[in-house]
Write a protein that binds this ligand. Structure first.
Ligand code: NDP
Ligand SMILES: O=C1OC[C@@H](O)[C@H](O)[C@H]1O
Length: 462
């Protein structure tokens, strides 16, 4: 039996970006919405029958004007370009009306000219400031939040610089080189009362929200096992023959694990860990095999991780996962998305997510009774998209799509508006736990990076 269901979009039909039900059809005005039975039951005294305008009840809420969040961009490389172009896509194209984003500054450690050229390339407002150092960027008083897009090796020092200067931070994955560094950043953010989030963009996709909801609804039963692969056949000796690229260079915390394996672990954690009630979440036991990339000595070319999550009997008992990553072999050798790199299995069936694991646009649910539900999750966009193309692993945006980095930016901006200090789909504690798992994998595989990038001493020149 083949079924097509709502949310996402059915194969071959136009995109439906939002997961929300059509509340407007039921409650045509916000005031009527607040008079619904559930709201009345929860807040019986908030609205009197005489209330005719929301402004009399919530004088500070102006529903007509979105709050604009002012971003500073730290570094001007590949992903900084993609992120910033996505950031500047009008949020209403994805149904987001309560916030807007603007770019007020960018900085490059190479030169001020490079930062200026970056701002022009991404289409930033003409009055955005260009800086030739990260230190100058964080002094700008008009920045609400800094997006950090340097190699992993530099995240700790760069994020500390921002937090010390009183800036909120969205920092690219992998958060840091090790768990001790993420812990130190989390403590600093707490001390300074600042927002801090790891930019694991995939967690914020409507597709990920849907997968977690399917698990939480219990329709395939308690999840017993997850397979998650994020691998690319890159031919590293040829592509990065001088060994200096961040993917293979130990000085830049190179290797598959921190760059690609983080997504395999993201899928394991967001399905097996994050879907559990908070008080039931327990760290997994970890067994790992790591193959070193010989030409540069200290960077993994492949890592394979077996995880065992303790669970109560009522919650289905111990659950297992296998997370894999490689720079040598691919999840889908032909570059097509025909192999489900992610399989989330319960006694009632399985949820499959098709590659790439970091930017999937297709899911399939296969139930025990033979039901198959396919869905497409195209990224909404401005009609132009960010123009992203993956230089070494294949893959690109479909015509007219955004890249999808705006979802995490929306979450960071919403958190600033709400006064929250962490991302809602991955807390700092969960980021730290995932870093601990990666520490353990490196320990079992004898992989260490140079002291200057493993240290928590700040400042340390790199
Ligand atoms: N979420 C996602 O989909 C992706 C995330 N990433 C993450 O983003 C980060 C950056 O990756 P990517 O943009 O591909 O990398 P790039 O090499 O393209 O850019 C990194 C930038 O960091 C700055 N930088 C500062 N110090 C150094 C240094 N010693 N060596 C190299 N660059 C330096 C440079 O900018 P400047 O000269 O302006 O200072 C450089 O352009 C990584 O942590 C990676 O994991 C990467 C790709 C996709
Ligand atoms: O985050 C990422 O996703 C896409 C990959 O191409 C890239 O190497 C990685 O950093």
């Amino acid at each position: 039996m083949q079924a097509k269901v709502g949310g996402g979009s059915e194969r071959g039909r136009p995109a439906v970006a939002s997961q929300h039900h059509d509340v407007k059809a039921i409650y045509p005005t916000a005031l009527e919405g607040l008079r619904c039975p559930l709201f009345q039951q929860l807040y019986p005294t908030l609205l009197s029958p005489q209330t005719t305008h929301l402004s009399s009840t919530f004088p500070t809420i102006n529903m007509a004007s979105p709050k604009t969040i002012r971003w500073g961009i730290l570094a001007t490389g590949g992903i900084a370009q993609t992120f910033t172009k996505d950031l500047l896509v009008d949020p209403t194209t994805r149904g987001v009306k309560h916030i807007k984003h603007t770019v007020v500054a960018a900085s490059s450690s190479s030169s001020q000219e490079r930062a200026q050229a970056f701002l022009k390339d991404v289409g930033a407002p003409s009055d955005a400031k260009a800086y030739g150092s990260y230190e100058d960027l964080v002094k700008n008083p008009d920045i609400d939040i800094v997006y950090i897009a340097t190699p992993h090796s530099h995240h700790y020092q760069n994020a500390m610089l921002c937090l010390e200067a009183g800036k909120n931070v969205l920092c690219e994955k992998a958060f840091t080189v090790n768990a001790a560094q993420t812990r130190a950043l989390a403590e600093k953010a707490k001390e300074k009362n600042l927002f801090l989030m790891e930019a694991v963009w995939t967690r914020y996709f409507p597709l990920s929200v849907y997968v977690r909801e399917q698990i939480e609804s219990g329709r395939i039963g308690p999840i017993a096992r997850v397979f998650a692969d994020n691998s690319m056949a890159t031919n590293p000796e040829e592509t990065w023959s001088d060994g200096k690229h961040r993917m293979v260079n130990p000085e830049l915390a190179g290797g598959a694990l921190l760059d690609l394996g983080i997504y395999s672990l993201t899928w394991v954690f967001q399905t097996l860990y994050h879907t559990q009630p908070e008080n039931a979440r327990q760290p997994p036991k970890v067994l790992a095999a790591l193959k070193n990339y010989e030409p540069t000595g200290a960077a993994d070319e492949s890592s394979t991780i077996v995880l065992s999550f303790p669970r109560s009997k009522e919650a289905g008992g111990e659950a297992h996962a296998i997370a894999t990553t490689s720079l040598r072999v691919a999840t889908t050798p032909g570059g097509k998305d025909d192999v489900p790199g992610i399989r989330i299995q319960g006694p009632g069936g399985e949820i499959q997510v098709f590659p790439p694991a970091y930017r999937p646009t297709r899911t399939r649910i296969v139930l025990k009774d033979g039901t198959v539900e396919d869905k497409d999750w195209p990224q909404p966009g401005p009609g132009k998209g960010s123009g992203w193309r993956n230089g070494f692993g294949g893959g690109s945006n479909a015509e007219g799509e955004g890249h999808g980095m705006f979802w995490e930016a929306d979450e960071a901006a919403s958190a600033l508006v709400d006064g929250r200090k962490e991302g809602k789909y991955e807390s700092l504690a969960e980021s730290i736990l995932i870093m601990e798992v990666m520490d353990e994998v490196r320990k079992q595989g004898n992989l260490t990076y140079p002291d200057k990038i493993e240290t928590t001493k700040y400042p340390t020149p790199l």
